[in-house]
Design a protein around this ligand. Structure first.
Ligand code: PAF
Length: 287
């Protein structure tokens, strides 16, 4: 496994990497969810292709300095996990390597980014689109794998690739969960034991609300809100029911819709979502 920290080093490495090149962009603090993305990347690349992982805590996508400063960065453990998972190339740049001090170009997606995480984290998706496009250009990857927990991020990146004719296939991968249903996240380690014990309620709330897919959007949202707010430890950042494609709010489930939330436990912000299909019992969806 090659580990490179400079853009020049990465370009040189990628020049003689065998195709297809499949990228898994991450911010490190790798957990089983990331490793599932790596396994998917290997399936796509095949034994002869190249699996690349980027580990970069991208400062320009953080809206709160405290969140950036407290983001876990266990680089040695991450590299060991990548090695064990059979990754070929790991890119670990510093912020100064990725961004010039006077950088003045940003990639903005202006429609799908406006709600949900985009509304409560101004500039977040500009930061995501900018770094992801840079990573695509630097690696010259053929495909890239992203988790569906960040379903808005996935939708925004698909739109960026479509609108800018970026020749990279975007592959989504289902959310990997702890045994109690909590979506795996690098932020979970920052929960106190009490918060960690309580946090599976987010998933429970979304599932129990989504079971009522024949109700109005308002009723679905009330059910989820009620369950989340039963805990005095939670503070809802947003809770929305949106069309799965356009991400615009809906009030009935006529087409696939996504019930999505971001919930604070103290200063730890967790996101999760469930897709609701018209006329389909949720049992089939719960995984
Ligand atoms: O999902 C993430 O970890 C980040 O948003 C990404 C895609 C690696 C960009 O920094």
């Amino acid at each position: 496994m090659k580990v490179v920290a400079t853009k020049t080093g990465l370009r040189q490495e990628m020049e003689h990497s065998s195709r297809p090149v499949v990228l898994v962009p991450t911010m490190g603090a790798l957990h089983d969810g990331h490793l599932a993305l790596v396994r998917r990347a290997r399936e796509i690349a095949g034994p002869e292709g190249t699996v690349a992982v980027s580990i970069f805590v991208n400062p320009i996508q953080f809206d709160r300095a405290a969140d950036l400063e407290s983001y876990p960065t266990p680089l040695e453990a991450d590299l060991a996990a990548c090695r064990a998972a059979g990754v070929d190339v790991v890119f670990t740049p510093e912020a100064g390597e990725m961004y010039d001090g006077d950088r003045s170009v940003t990639v903005t997606e202006s429609l799908l980014s406006s709600r949900l995480c985009g509304a409560t984290r101004p500039g977040h998706f500009d930061g995501v689109c900018t770094v992801v496009l840079k990573l695509f250009l630097l690696t010259g990857c053929d495909a890239a794998v992203f988790g569906e927990k960040d379903f808005q991020q996935l939708a925004v990146i698909r739109r960026m690739v479509r609108d800018l004719d970026v020749p990279v296939e975007i592959v989504g991968f289902p959310t990997i969960r702890e045994n109690d249903g909590l979506a795996m996240s690098s932020r979970n380690v920052r929960l106190s034991p009490e918060q960690r014990q309580d946090a599976p309620r987010i998933r429970r709330a979304l599932l129990s609300a989504a079971e009522n897919f024949r109700q109005t959007g308002q009723e679905i949202l009330e059910t989820a809100r009620g369950e989340i707010e039963k805990s005095p430890m939670t503070r809802i950042d947003y809770l929305e029911l949106v069309d799965a494609e356009t991400l615009q709010p809906v009030d009935e489930i006529k087409k696939p819709a996504v019930l999505a939330t971001a919930v604070f436990y103290g200063d730890v912000r967790l996101i999760d979502n469930v897709t609701i299909f018209p006329n389909r019992e949720l049992k089939a969806l719960a995984r």
